[in-house]
Each structure stands twice: as C-alpha cells, then as structure tokens.
Design a protein around this ligand. Structure first.
Ligand code: TGC
Ligand code: FAD
Length: 394
C-alpha cells in the first residue's frame, strides 16, 4: 500500500488560535509534525494488519505524550491540561488507537500511581512509564461488569505478607504487551482497591482479543489472575472505593473529548479538500448545495465543540471541571465526530471506503471511542443525574 501524503490543515473558523498561548501552539505544532512524519505514513497499513505500531512508543515519549501533566520530577512533562488536550487532539487526528495508548498510559496508569500511590511507587514506576521504557494497562471492566464497574468480582485476599489476586478483566487496551497493570479489585470487606500487577508474576496472563473491526491499530486483551501473589507494597495506599477508578476516568475522558475533536477535524479537512478536487457533471462537487450543507454543518459542529472543549480545559486547569462537564464533552464530541465521519465518508463516494483516505478508519475507531470510558448513553445519564440530582442507573 502506498504511503498517504498527509496534507492536513486544521480548521479554525472562530480564530480559536488567538485564545491559545504561544507554548500551547508550539506543543500542538510539534505533536502535529510528529504525527505527519511518523504516524500518517504507516498507520493505515498497521490498522489493516490489526497490529499496534510499537515503534511509535519512543516518539510518543519524546513528544511528551506519556504523562504530559505529571510533574517533571517524576519524568512527566509538567504541562497544563490544555497542552495535554491539544496533544490528544493531534494524536487522535492521526489515529484513535495511538491516542488510546497515550490515554491509558497517562491518565489510567500514571495518574493513579501519581495521585493514589506511595512515594516509592511514584519513583519506581513513573519515570519508566514517561520514557516509554514501561507500558501500562488499566483493568476495570470485567466480562459481567462494564457500565456497572461497582459490581466487579475480581478480588484480593490478605495473606499476611502478600495479597492473593483472583479474577479477570476484559477489553483492556495494551493488555497483550503491558509491563504493568493497574488493576481494581475488591478486598474481603467488598472495598475496591487498586493494585499494581507486574508481567512475570506467576498466574498473570494477558490473552489478546482478536476479530475487532475497530481500533485495529491498538492491541486489546484480557487480564487474567489465577492466584497471583501481589506484594503488599503494590497496593495503591492513598485512595480506595469506586471513586478511585472513576477519578482516573475523568482525566481520560477529558483527553478523549479533545481526541475526538481531532478525528472530526481530519474527516472534515479531508472531505473539504476532496470536494474541491472531485469533478462530476463538469463541476467540483463542493459547488453542489447538498455537499455544502454537509460541510457547513460539519464546520458548525466542530466550532461548537472547539469552544466547549477549550472552556473545559480552562476549568480543568483551575481544578474546577466537574465529572458532569467532562461527561458532556466526551459524549458530545465523540458523537459529533462519528456523525462527521459518516457524512464525510459519503462525500468521498466509493473512495471513502478505501484506506487511501483516513475517514473510514476514523469512523470505525470512533465506534469504540463512543463505547469505552463510559458509553454514549451512560454519559447522558450522568448529565441527567447531574441536573436533576436523581440517579436513573439503577
Ligand atoms: P456512584 O454510586 O454514582 O458512585 C460511586 C462513588 O464514586 C464517586 N464518583 C466519582 N468519583 C470521581 N470521579 C467520578 N467521575 C465519579 N463518579 C462517581 C461517587 O461520588 C461515589 O463516591 P462515594 O464516596 O459516595 O462512594 O456509582 P454507580 O455504581 O451508580 O455507577 C455510576 C456510573 C454508571 C456513572 C459509573 O460507574 C460509570 O461511569 N460507568 C461507566 C464505566 C466506565 O466508564 N468504564 C470505563 C472503563 S476504562 C476504559 O474504558 C478505558 S478505554 C481506554 C482507552 O483505550 O482509551
Ligand atoms: P454494557 O455495560 O453491557 O452495556 C451494553 C449497553 O447497555 C450499552 O449501550 C449501555 O449504554 C447500555 N446500558 C448499560 N447500563 C445501562 C443503564 N443503567 N441504563 C441504560 N442503558 C444502559 N475497559 C477497561 O477497564 N480498560 C481498558 O483499557 C478498556 N479498553 C477498551 C478498549 C476497547 C476497544 C473497548 C471496546 C472497550 C474497552 N474497555 C476498557 C471497556 C469499556 O469501558 C466498556 O466496553 C464500556 O464501559 C461498556 O461496557 P460493556 O461493553 O460491558 O457494555
């Protein structure tokens, strides 16, 4: 397959760049250049082969995408939340699966170790995770507990000098090759705790999940624990209860809101360029009203999402972003991106189904993004609960 030339130019209809600092723009440009150089030329082939491009790990670490907001003393980039968001936007513009690896590493592995871990755990794991020397995974979902993680049955038993871990996690990004996993399990009293499980511990296996039509350039698998002896010092000591894993999800969902925006912007940019080049009935198809309706609606939705997301980033920087606000942005942006991908795909006619253009890959990826980190409907219920004060989950 011939490598695709990446001609991306980002849409900025409301001159949002003027609201970014010079540092934000530099970070965004550096990430974009890396995506254009190292991701775009190879990603289609890896997605077609259903393989994670492991060679990207080094570059991701170098652009600072592993722990952008983790302090530098632990190897992170020490950046603000808008910088983190802009990086996720650019990386998902390249591919949702590559962004998934960053979300998991930064918000679901480094963040809990940083926020809930001991000083020894921070020093032992964070620098290696930031440099890509170690890759992590996050085990919350189980075969019978997806949207309802509080029902989990994976458990730890106190054996005096260690914990005995039993159970299984399913649908885990990066599981097949992770070096460590942050795993959520109930103790004898039914309280949820996080433990760090390392590859090589006896009884710990990570079978890969095959036959995915979505996120094909990201590896997904199970985490299986059969009487795994977990040293006591591997328990995250500073937070327990369901709020602990859900707190990590807030951070990852925030990054996904930005990421989905990137996928939408790539689909729009591709369709806009195509509409000016493709001639039918002796005119560029972009001159037909029906095609303009699609493009006008796309840029309107992208602009609304850009404003929503940047404001969310400002609130996050100030420590004021709520779970409800993050859910709204995740749900809105992923759904918006999916709808834009579907419309953009049609605008390319038959070419839209090929790997010569990124749209179909984005569209299929987004079918996972709309489900993981809380489904579209679960986020609607979170907003419903937030505005009414009444839970409709149970
Ligand atoms: P509920 O009773 O509402 O809450 C239990 C406790 O948690 C607190 N809490 C939160 N704390 C911090 N952040 C949040 N976002 C929180 N949401 C709730 C809450 O205050 C309470 O605390 P306390 O002290 O009173 O006990 O819980 P529930 O059982 O009714 O469930 C609520 C629900 C459905 C919203 C929640 O469980 C949920 O979000 N479900 C969706 C599950 C999900 O998102 N799974 C994601 C798995 S990870 C993943 O998909 C990674 S993909 C990675 C990639 O490749 O990018
Ligand atoms: P279910 O919870 O069974 O939901 C099925 C349907 O029922 C959905 O439409 C849902 O919205 C609806 N539903 C459920 N409850 C309600 C309700 N109360 N009211 C109304 N409707 C409801 N998990 C991890 O822990 N770590 C990972 O790294 C990870 N990576 C993933 C990667 C991929 C590619 C995928 C697809 C998933 C990943 N997940 C991961 C799991 C993901 O978070 C779950 O798939 C998701 O939370 C939904 O759970 P479920 O698939 O069991 O669906």
């Amino acid at each position: 397959m011939a490598a695709r030339q990446d001609l991306y130019q980002h849409p900025d209809y409301y001159l949002m760049d003027e609201m970014l600092s010079d540092e934000h723009k530099l970070i965004r440009e550096a990430t974009r250049e890396w995506v254009k150089r190292d991701v775009s030329p190879i990603i289609e082939e890896y997605a077609q082969r259903a393989e994670f491009p492991k060679q990207l790990v080094k570059g991701l670490a170098e652009v600072g995408a592993f722990g952008p907001y983790i302090p530098t003393e632990y190897g992170g980039a020490g950046l603000d939340q808008i910088s983190y968001g802009l990086m996720m936007m650019e990386i998902e513009r390249g591919d949702s699966g590559v962004r998934s690896t960053c979300s998991v590493q930064s918000s679901l592995v480094m963040y809990p170790i940083y926020a809930y871990g001991s000083e020894e755990q921070r020093r032992k794991y964070l620098p290696k995770l930031a440099s890509g020397e170690m890759l992590g995974s996050f085990g919350l979902t189980e075969p019978n507990f997806g949207s309802n993680p509080g029902g989990m049955v994976t458990n730890i038993k106190d054996m005096g000098d260690h914990y005995l871990l039993n159970g299984a996690k399913m649908w885990i990004s990066n599981a097949p090759f992770c070096d460590i996993a942050v795993v959520w399990a109930k103790n004898e009293a039914g309280r949820i705790h996080g433990v760090i499980v390392e590859r090589g511990m006896e009884g710990f296996t990570t079978p890969e999940t095959h036959n995915k039509w979505s996120l094909r350039a990201s590896a997904t698998g199970e985490l299986v624990f059969d009487n795994v002896k977990v040293p006591k010092e591997n328990l995250l000591p500073n937070k327990s209860g369901l709020g602990a894993p859900l707190g990590c999800l807030d951070s990852a969902r925030y990054g996904i809101a930005w990421g989905a925006l990137g996928a939408a912007m790539d689909c729009y940019d591709t369709a806009l360029r195509y509409s000016k080049e493709r001639v039918q009935f002796d005119r560029p198809i972009g001159g037909f009203q029906l095609q303009q309706k699609k493009l006008a609606e796309m840029i309107t939705e992208i602009t609304k999402a850009q404003l929503l997301t940047l404001r969310l980033g400002q609130l996050k920087n100030e420590g004021r972003a709520t779970t409800g606000q993050i859910s709204m942005a995740k749900r809105n942006n992923v759904n918006m991106a999916l709808e834009i991908a579907r419309e953009a795909r049609q605008m390319l006619g038959g070419m839209g189904i090929t790997g010569d253009y990124p749209i179909m890959r984005h569209m299929m990826n987004l079918e996972s993004v709309v489900t993981y980190e809380g489904t579209h409907d679960i986020h609607l219920l979170i907003t419903g609960m937030d505005v009414t004060g009444l839970s409709a989950f149970k």
